[in-house]
Design a protein around this ligand. Sequence first.
Ligand code: SAH
Ligand code: SF4
Ligand code: F3S
Length: 487
Amino acid sequence: MNNLIEDIDIVTQQEKEAEACETVKVSENSNSGKERKLYIESYGCQMNFSDSEIVSSIMAKNGFDTTSNFEEADVVFLNTCSIREKAEQTVRNRLAQFNNVKKKKPDMMIGVLGCMAERLKSKLLEEERIVDLVVGPDAYRDLPALVKQVDDGQKAVNTFLSREETYADINPVRLNSNGVTAFISIMRGCDNMCSFCVVPFTRGRERSRDPHSIVREAQELFNNGYREVTLLGQNVDSYKWSPEQNNKARLEKTEVSHIVNFASLLEMVAQVDPDLRVRFSTSHPKDITNEVLHTINRYENICNYIHLPAQSGNSRILQLMNRTYTREWYINRVDAIRSIIGEDCGISSDMITGFCSETEKEHQDTLSLMDYVKYDFSYMFFYSERPGTLAEKKYEDDIPLEVKKRRLSEVIAKQQAHSLERNKRDVGKVHKVLIEGSSKRSDQHLQGRNSANKVVVFPRKSYSKGQYVHVRIEDCSAATLFGKTID
Ligand code: SAH
Ligand code: SF4
Ligand code: F3S
C-alpha cells in the first residue's frame, strides 16, 4: 500500500528514487526521560509501519522511549513481514546480527512482532533461540504484560487473532514522520483468499474501524500541521461499518447512525478540511465501484491516484490466483477510471511473474495488459511460494527461477518505458504540489507530490514543507517530474 511497500525485492527505478527504498523503517530517538528504551525496526507494508506506531504508543504508556540505536535499547522489536520468502530471510539475518549484540548484553529483550510472528508462532522461540517474545498483529495491547513476563524470566507468546480489534482508541506515535503526510489504518485483516497470499493467515478476518475514530484521527493530524492522510487497508473498497454490527463493544458512542461504505468514509474524511489531501490504498479490482470514482471526482482534495493491483493480465492465471475477476473485468474498471476521473488519474499496479503453470503466452498477456493501461508505476515480483497458502496446497511451483526472473525483467523494462511516457505527458503542464521536504539530491530543491502521486522537484526559494505550490513541469525522468513554481 501507497502501495504496500514491502520487502521490495524489485521495484522500478522510479520507486527507488521516490521512496528511497523504504524497505525498513527504524524508530527515532524520543527522549522524554522514560526509564527504558525501545528500538523498533519494521518491515513489510504500510499497515505494518502503521502498526509499529501503535506499538510505540502502547510502549510509551508503559515507560519506554524509542531509540534509533539498537545497541542502547533495553527492548528490540522486529515488526516482520511474511509476504515472500526473501522478506522472512531478511528478518532471520537481522536476528543473527542481534544475537551477536545480545552475547555482550544478555539483558537485551528481543521480540518478533507482525506477520512472521503470526505465521510461525512459538516455533520462532525454538528456531531462533535468542527470541524472548513473539506477538501477532492483533495482540499488541498485551505487550506490557508480555514484556513483564519476560522481565520475570519467562518467554512470552501471544498470537491470538481477533475478529474485532482495530486499535481504534489508540493514538499512534508517529515514527519517521515528515510532519506533513501520515497513514491511517481504516481496517484490518483480509477476507479474500488470493491463492498466492499469506496475508489472510497472518492478519486474520477483515474488520472495519469505527469511522468516527478515523475522522477524529484525521482532524487531529490536520490540527497538528499534517496536510495529507492515506487511508490503509488490504482491500479498502470492502470497508463497511454500521452501528448495529460494529458498535457492540465500543468505548464511546458513535455519531454515525447509518451504514458507512468506503465511498461515504472517503467523503467524511475529505470534509475534515479542503486543505487536507486524502489518499487510499489498496483498491481491489473486483470491488472498486463507480460510486467511489464519482466521490473522488467531487472532492478536489481526494487525490486522483488509484493503486489497482492486477497481478496478471491473463484470465486463466487470475482464476488460479483466485482474484475473482477476469482480464476483461479489470480493463472495464480501468476504462471507468479514465472516463469518470480522466486520463491524468495516476494508476499503479502490483504484478507477479511466473505463477504456477504460467505459459509464455500468458506472460505476454500481462505485458499486453500493461500496454493497454500504461501504468504510472508498478511493484513487480516473481512468484514466491508461501507455506500454507492455497497455491502451495493445490498447484505445483513449476516455473524455473530463471524463467520467473526473465519474465520479471521484461515486465520491469516495460514499466520503465511506460513510466517515462506517462511522465512526459506532464511536461508543460502545471501541477498543484504538496511540499514534503527537501529533495533527496539537493538542499537547494524541495520535493512533494502531485495529486497523481508523482514526485515533483523544484527550486526551494522561500517555500517550506506543508505548503501547497503550483509547479510548471519542465522536464522529467521515469521517476520524477522537475519544474519551477509559479505565483
Ligand atoms: N492487498 C493487496 C496486496 C497485498 S500484498 C492486494 O490485494 O493487491 C502486496 C503484493 O505482494 C501483492 O499485490 C502481490 O503482488 C505481492 N505478493 C503477495 N504474495 C506474493 C507471493 N507469494 N509471491 C510474490 N509476490 C506476492
Ligand atoms: Fe492478499 Fe489478496 Fe488479501 Fe491482497 S486481497 S491481502 S493479495 S489475499
Ligand atoms: Fe504486510 Fe507483509 Fe504482513 S505485506 S500484511 S507485513 S505479510
